[in-house]
Ligand binder design. Structure first.
Ligand code: GLU
Length: 287
């Protein structure tokens, strides 16, 4: 199977060091396998999308030398595909309307299936995908190891929001399949979403990509990266030192002699030396 990877940012805030680590990890894994690397803008949440943000992201990635293959895809232009997938879930009886208020949901923690058998009220409703309570989704993550998530604990996931926007979990599954993504490399904050995504792939008879969840960025001493550092927009003028730092955070051990080099040289070195194994370190969330 040819390697096809992707970076799928949401243009709801500028790229920062954590985003660079995710972008670089997926880029290097794709390129070192001789694979393609696609760029997808996850811009379905129109209330949170910031004007000009997607264009800035593209410029930033280019200034870091992270060139993608083919045209950028925008989820906002692909809603017909999500509608079709949703239709299939509806036809299979796998969705239900949920009128729970935000407050009701907040009090409940994980969604306990309140509306599975309750007639929706008069107000706007979301659509949820009914998970199989008896199933534990298992997968081998290339970094995190053997993972298992009980769907009962995850609860029924929203696939269409009450404002009728398609939800991330549905769109990501449809796009990964339609774009032929073989390998998802992304931040570990999305590790537990993978259980829902696999359940949706199975319900829609879509292929399952391989997954690798990169540990979240921490300070060299292991402390959580300060919020300010996490949210500082990447400075295109400092591409080379930031790439060096991202390579260090990805445990690739770049030599000091690489420090004064250009972003292009750094990426060349990193493609030739990329080892996903090293990223694993001590931080494993599964298995
Ligand atoms: N758009 C998601 C985010 O920016 C990432 C989606 C993914 O990599 O699956 O958090």
């Amino acid at each position: 199977m040819p390697y096809v990877g992707r970076f799928a940012p949401s243009p709801t805030g500028d790229l920062h060091l954590g985003s660079l680590v995710a972008a670089l990890g997926s880029y290097l894994d794709a390129r070192s396998h001789g694979g393609h690397w696609l760029l997808r803008m996850e811009d379905l949440d129109t209330a949170r999308v910031l004007p000009g943000c997607a264009a800035r992201m593209l410029r930033t990635l280019e200034s870091f030398g992270l060139h993608w293959d083919g045209a950028v895809t925008y989820q906002s232009a692909r809603t017909g595909h999500y509608a079709q997938a949703l239709e299939r879930l509806n036809a299979a009886g796998l969705t239900f309307e949920c009128g729970c208020s935000r407050r009701e949901r907040a009090n409940q923690g994980g969604y306990p299936g309140t509306c599975r058998s309750r007639a929706p009220g008069a107000g706007p409703t979301a659509l949820r995908f009914r998970v199989d309570d008896a199933r534990t989704v298992r997968f081998t993550d290339r970094i995190q190891g053997e993972c298992g998530f009980a769907l009962r604990e995850r609860g029924d996931v929203i696939v269409r929001r009450r404002d009728h926007a398609f939800a991330y979990q549905l769109a990501v599954v449809v796009d990964d399949a339609l774009q032929g993504i073989s390998d998802v490399v992304r931040g570990a904050d999305l590790l537990d979403s993978t259980a829902w995504q696999i359940a949706l792939q199975d319900a829609l008879a879509l292929p399952r990509p391989r997954y690798a969840h990169l540990p979240l960025v921490v300070e060299p001493g292991g402390a959580k990266l300060a919020k300010s550092r996490r949210s500082i927009p990447l400075d295109p003028g400092a591409a080379a030192p930031l790439l060096y730092e991202a390579l260090t955070l990805l445990k690739q051990d770049p030599p000091a002699t690489l420090k004064p080099e250009s972003a292009g040289r750094m990426l060349e070195w990193a493609c030739a030396h990329w080892e996903l194994e090293r990223v694993r370190g001590a931080a494993r969330s599964c298995g």
